[in-house]
Structures are given as structure tokens and as C-alpha cells.
Design a binder for this molecule. Structure first.
Ligand code: NDP
Ligand code: OXD
Length: 309
């Protein structure tokens, strides 16, 4: 039986998503502008046009075409009570794991300092601690944080994570709650943010947290831009409290041309590129969720709308 779905995105291209989804689910009729809104049961959404989610009176499911659902949940057009599924694509998980490994290794092996030395043609070897002497703290031990944590542990780092509930991961220390955050921050040489953006986690990377961290520790933010209080980071860098930062996500994206992060010598900027959704690898995941919905079977990766992730 045909399942009718609306494709609602101002940023993702319809053609490739349509082609891949069709390949995995021929019974899906996907349309970016359905003529009969009443026939639409499912919305596939990522930064939908303003108000679009309110146009479908018989909407039964919204599947996000990305992992973080903060924007979708904040959309006033999202009908209350409609289940929302987030994208958990193993390929994206691997991509995030690679990104965190890359950036942790850059910080650990002092790549920023060596780049600066090269610029000045300076031949000087810096003292190099071993990976086991560095603690990497990961805020958020969900799908992506767990992948990053396990990869870093394989590289020999001392790894600890923070989540809402205690996690049991072999070889990874687990902290939770307010006290857990303070303990993790105090131990970390490199702190990685892989939290979802919720009212509890907004502005979590602020001067109070930086004050708890080791002097000169580094920060990697690949969660959301609103986790970080930008002015607090700039002053922490100026004071040497934070030694370096790698930022993939920003309050305003694209990062404005005149933003001080672009030229700061201790900041590495990447353009929200840590783990992008890809129709080729996401389509089978989305098709599985839609089939489960159509068959009335339990859907995995449902968002807890009351928790915000
Ligand atoms: P998950 O939902 O799988 O994991 C979220 C983790 O954060 C869980 O461990 C959860 O704790 C923890 N958490 C949530 N709220 C709190 C809190 N108040 N205090 C402590 N811990 C908390 O998410 P993913 O791992 O899939 O994704 C994380 C985020 O990564 C996304 O929401 C998105 O913002 C970002 N992202 C960024 C991308 C990029 O390219 N930069 C790409 C994809 C995602 P618990 O386990 O106890 O529930
Ligand atoms: C996502 C992202 O959440 O791209 O999928 O940040």
C-alpha cells in the first residue's frame, strides 16, 4: 500500500533523497509540495519551510533527516503529540567518530603550535605526553559520544563521559548529574561536547565550566552552537584558561565573515561538517522506520519530546 509523505526542507536537495528512498521503499510516494495535504501521513523534515509542518491535518509521524532535533522540536508548526524520529545513521556515527579522533589527535600532538612554528620557520620540538597521560572528557554519551569515546579509548587516551543517567561502557569512566559534570571538567585535558541542545544544556560551555577545567585544557564543540557562550570562550582563551578550541557548530551558521573565531590563532573552525546526513546511507534507515510505522511495529530512535532529545 502507498505511504504518502511530504519532504520538507529548505536546505536538503529533494532529488537525491527521493531517488534513494524510492530505491529502498518503492511504495513511498514522496512529494515536496503535496497537492492533497489531507493524504499526507508522514513528514520527512530538516529545517522545513516556516509553518510547513502545520499543513498536514492527518500527520502521524515526523522523521528528522538529521540527528539533532532541537530546531524541529522548537518549530511552532510541529503538531503536539505527533511522534518524532531522529536520524541514527551508522555512517554518520562513524563520521563523527573520525572527526573527534582527528581533532583530539591534532590537539594532543600540538598541531596548532607546530603550524604556527612552521609559519615562522621555527625548528623546535615540543614536549609530548603520551595519549594515556591525557584525559578526554565527553559531554553526552549517546550514539555519537559513545562512538567517539570508544575510538579514543582504542587510541590509548584516558576517556570519561557525562550523561544524564549513568552509563556502563567498558574502559570509559561514567559521570552524571551536576557533581559529575564538575568532576569530569576538572579531570579533562580535552573536553568534547556531543550533547543535544535542550533547555538544560544551552550555554553549558560557559565561564563557570571553564573555571573548573585544568588551566590550558582544550575544548571541542560539535554539539550545537548554542551550547557555547562565545564571549566566555574568547576571554578564557585570552587568559590562557582554555588553551585551544575546535568548533564545528555556531550560534549563527554560516559563521559571519567578521566573526572573531575565524582569525583567532587558538581556534580551529570547521563548517558544521563533522557528520552530515547523506541520502545514500540514511535512506535504508528512514525506510525501516517508515515500514515499522506502516506495519504498526515499534519505531526505534523515537525522540522523547518532553526531554528534548
Ligand atoms: P543521543 O540522544 O544519542 O545522546 C545524547 C546524550 O546526551 C545522552 O548520553 C544523554 O544522556 C546526554 N544528555 C542529554 N541531556 C543531558 C543533560 N541535561 N545532562 C547530561 N547529559 C545529557 O544524541 P547523539 O549522540 O545522536 O547526538 C548528539 C548531538 O550531536 C545531536 O543532538 C546534535 O546536536 C549533534 N550533532 C552534530 C553534528 C555535527 O555535524 N556537528 C551531526 C550530528 C549530530 P542519557 O544517555 O542519560 O540520555
Ligand atoms: C545533525 C547535524 O544533527 O547535522 O544531523 O548537526
Amino acid at each position: 500500500m502507498t505511504l504518502r509523505a511530504a519532504f520538507l526542507s529548505t536546505v536538503l536537495p529533494f532529488g537525491p533523497w527521493q531517488a534513494e528512498l524510492q530505491r529502498h521503499m518503492p511504495e513511498l510516494a514522496l512529494d515536496p509540495a503535496p497537492a492533497d495535504p489531507g493524504a499526507i501521513e508522514v513528514a520527512l523534515a530538516w529545517q522545513p519551510p516556516a509553518g510547513a509542518l502545520a499543513h498536514y491535518p492527518n500527520l502521524r509521524l515526523v522523521h528528522a533527516l538529521g540527528a539533532g532535533v532541537d530546531e524541529l522540536l522548537a518549530d511552532p508548526a510541529l503538531p503536539p503529540g505527533v511522534p518524532v524520529v531522529r536520524l541514527v545513521d551508522p555512517m554518520m556515527t562513524r563520521a563523527m567518530g573520525e572527526y573527534v579522533q582527528l581533532q583530539v589527535l591534532r590537539l594532543h600532538r600540538q598541531d596548532l603550535a607546530y603550524r604556527a612554528q612552521q609559519h615562522g620557520r621555527e625548528w623546535r620540538e615540543l614536549p609530548q605526553p603520551g595519549a594515556g597521560e591525557r584525559t578526554v572528557g565527553i559531554l553526552g554519551l549517546g550514539v555519537l559520544g559513545t562512538e567517539a569515546a570508544l575510538r579514543l579509548a582504542v587510541l590509548g587516551f584516558d576517556v570519561a563521559g557525562w550523561s544524564r543517567r549513568e552509563q556502563r561502557l567498558k574502559g570509559i569512566k561514567s559521570y552524571f548529574g551536576v557533581d559529575g559534570l564538575a568532576t569530569l571538567a576538572a579531570q579533562s585535558d580535552i573536553l568534547v561536547c556531543l550533547l543535544p541542545l535542550t533547555p538544560e544544556t544551552e550555554n553549558i560551555l560557559d565561564r563557570r565550566l571553564f573555571a573548573r577545567m585544568k588551566r590550558g585544557a582544550a575544548l571541542i564543540n560539535c554539539g550545537r552552537g548554542a551550547h557555547l557562550v562565545e564571549a566566555d570562550l574568547l576571554s578564557a582563551l585570552d587568559q590562557g584558561r582554555i588553551g585551544a578550541a575546535v568548533l564545528d557548530v555556531f550560534r549563527t551558521e554560516p559563521l559571519p565573515q567578521d566573526h572573531p573565531f575565524w582569525t583567532h590563532p587558538a581556534i580551529i573552525v570547521t563548517p558544521h561538517a563533522a557528520a552530515a546526513s547523506n541520502p545514500v546511507t540514511a535512506a535504508p534507515v528512514v525506510a525501516d522506520a517508515l515500514r515499522r510505522h506502516a506495519a504498526g511495529r515499534p519505531i526505534i530512535n523515537l525522540v522523547d519530546r518532553s526531554q528534548g532529545y
